[in-house]
Design a binder for this molecule. Sequence first.
Ligand code: FE2
Length: 377
Amino acid sequence: MEQNTLELPKIYDEASDFMPILGTDYIEFYVSNSKQAAHFYKSAMGFNSLAYAGLETGNRESESYVVSQDKIKFVFTSPLKSGTEIGRHIDKHGDGVKVTALWVPDATYAYNTAIEKGARSFMEPREESDENGKVVRSGIYTYGEVVHIFVERNEYNGVFLPGFRKWDTHYKADPIGLKYVDHMVGNVELGAMNKWVKFYEEVLGFAQILSFDDNDISTEYTALMSKVMSNGNGRIKFPINEPAEGLKKSQVDEYLDFYEGAGVQHIAMATDNIIETVTALKNRGVEFLNIPSTYYDVLEERVGPIDEDVQPLKDLGILVDRDDEGYLLQIFTKTVQARPTMFFEIIQRKGAQSFGKGNFKALFEAIEREQELRGTL
Ligand code: FE2
């Protein structure tokens, strides 16, 4: 059985990183109703209108609404007619993440390097321009039908990308403190995790920083295995899960069944004040997994002293975990579309760079209670 490994953080050597990535650029979801989806992210999750492309900008095929909050940009795209690739994707998977765009200094170099190292092409380097400058984009496939698009935008001053115009609405959401994408987790098929670990190592120059096996991540019913991949400068973290044998169907199996394949399971967004952020999300109707109050009886015993009062954490259902470097607070939403597939995590890091291993049992038991209600356990 594989042992858990927490590798010592290596000093980032920019010169030896063959795939420099500056950060997450945007995440694009293919959804059945982009206009309404965008409004949910505004009214419920504190995002604001940023950009639009569709009939009014000369796009007859699809319509996209872009919302942003601090560094996070989400794009919601729907087809405008039948028989499109986007429509086929939605028919198969339901609403879900299609693109994780990575902000790079050179999208042509990134593409050529990735292809040379074995990536499958999604989009050859393409220069797009308007009166605000030019952008170069290219893309490769990762697990399932998810793609990484490389975005080079150092010569662009427009609101989002060429082809989009500013989207202004009279409704302005009060931001709720979401700052950036902390990590994005993929679920892959049984036996496929190591293949994708290798893909991120070889094609994108990532390193494995953590691994969990079914001794860490198991309850009476659920088991899964996970490896966390990080790029050189640590700004991009992609944990990859695969199901493991359990007594009943695991949450990863449920995802794979309903998504009909591998895909993005959750996106973790960082805040500097999780109590304020989660209070605001709950007030706007966002639903979170319920954690039994007994979790909090032994909290301080388990994680030691923390800055926060336990009562508001208990009231909101926020989880706490500690590692060698500090602690973290985290909470998970229920799934956010018709199919029980994707959900969000809200995370506040106070030194800890890990992913809340100490919370897996409480968390998975909470997920199993939801599965039970769906009849999918
Ligand atoms: Fe997470």
